[in-house]
Design a protein around this ligand. Structure first.
Ligand SMILES: Nc1nc2c(ncn2[C@@H]2O[C@H](COP(=O)(O)OP(=O)(O)OP(=O)(O)O)[C@@H](O)[C@H]2O)c(=O)[nH]1
Ligand SMILES: [Mg+2]
Length: 332
């Protein structure tokens, strides 16, 4: 399970001030007060929406301000109400106070709506303050300030697919090409030390994919980074094996697959009951001899394991890969 968090400031709109004005017309001397009320400030409203699946929007923009109400005007006209801001969050989002993290609201289901910050009321114009003793009131009310609040938005995510592969196989390159995630990529093993999540879009559907550190032969005995981080993908639906099929690796593709499978079994037999998809990566480098690649391909075919040849770097066959992964996803 991953936790996605964003700290965001919201301010609702201020109410508009009431207006100070007197009727001024020909032949009507000493016209009475006619200043209208200020409009209400816009609210900030959060809605849990089926379309929204992550808090990414709040990573780019961390401050939202709803519109202020308009000032009241002469001739008893009320100021315009400020527009509300309606923001979508995924179901599963909790809203907490910042910085002490007390629960404010929990979006348990799709379609819930919560007014996080209320717009200020408009002030009354001088029309309201006429009395028997004061026919020409110069009194108005100021608009009320809108509520302002800084909160923590938090979403617990369960990734749908997890990328597993030896160090340097191109997992981070792949997630950076199929999602907005931008993990570090480099030509040496163990570039990735902590998991990264990416939201992958395909034909109006989205799925979360997790990139985790590479696995070495012997990881179950503590080699490399060990297997501890596999707990992050224990609940995924699909395991995507990323296998380097270029001639520049020490392991032949099929052996590479078997090492991964073996390490995963050592961690938990249950992991291998998941759907496995194989991405044969770096196909752009695999000109010439295909013996090793074909051995992996035929093996997958025999075991009915979906197999796609890709180049994460060059963007080859990535749509085909996404289609394959999405095929196991039943819409809720
Ligand atoms: N030619 C080629 N190079 C690739 C491809 N995919 C990844 N690479 C290169 O392989 C190297 C490793 O890529 P990463 O994405 O960091 O690999 P990783 O699997 O995340 O590695 P770790 O995080 O260390 O486990 C980088 O130099 C990438 O540019 C590909 O399809 N073709
Ligand atoms: Mg990596």
């Amino acid at each position: 399970m991953f936790i996605d968090r964003a700290i965001v400031s919201f301010s609702a709109g201020n109410g508009g001030d009431g207006c100070l004005s007197f009727r001024r017309e020909k032949f009507i001397p000493r016209g009475g007060p006619d200043g209208g009320d200020g409009g209400k400030g816009g609210d900030i409203i959060l809605v849990s929406s089926p379309i929204c699946q992550s808090l990414t929007d709040f990573k780019y923009k961390r401050q939202f301000e709803a519109e202020n109400g308009g000032q009241g005007r002469s001739k008893k006209r009320t100021g315009r109400n400020g527009a509300d801001i309606i923001l979508q969050v995924p179901a599963g989002t909790v809203v907490k106070t910042y910085p002490d993290e007390k629960l404010i609201y929990d979006f348990e289901r799709i379609g819930q709506e919560f007014v996080l910050a209320k717009g200020g009321k408009g002030g009354r114009g001088n029309i309201h303050f006429r009395s028997s003793v004061n026919q020409a009131p110069r009194r108005i009310e100021k608009g009320v300030k809108g509520e302002a609040i800084k909160v923590v938005l938090e979403l617990k995510l369960i990734a749908y697919a997890g990328l597993v592969g030896l160090p340097n196989a191109g997992k981070s390159t792949l997630i950076s090409k199929i999602s907005a995630a931008r993990p570090k990529i480099a030509d040496y093993p163990f570039t990735t030390l902590t998991p990264n999540l990416g939201v992958v879009d395909f034909k109006n559907r989205t799925l979360i994919v997790a990139d985790i550190p590479g696995i070495l032969e012997g990881a179950h005995q503590g080699e490399g980074m060990g297997l501890e981080f596999l707990r992050h993908i224990e609940r995924t639906r699909v395991l995507l094996f990323v296998i380097d099929v270029s001639p520049y690796t020490s392991l032949a593709p099929l052996k590479n697959f078997q090492v991964l499978e073996n390490e995963l079994t050592m961690y938990s037999e249950r992991l291998l009951q998941k759907t496995i998809v194989v991405a044969a990566n770096k196909i752009d480098l695999a000109a010439g001899d295909r013996t090793g690649i074909d051995a992996l391909r035929n093996y997958c075919r025999r075991r009915k394991i979906p197999y796609v040849e890709i180049s994460a770097l060059k963007g080859v066959n990535l749509d085909q890969l996404k289609k394959t992964i999405f095929a196991f996803h039943e819409p809720e």
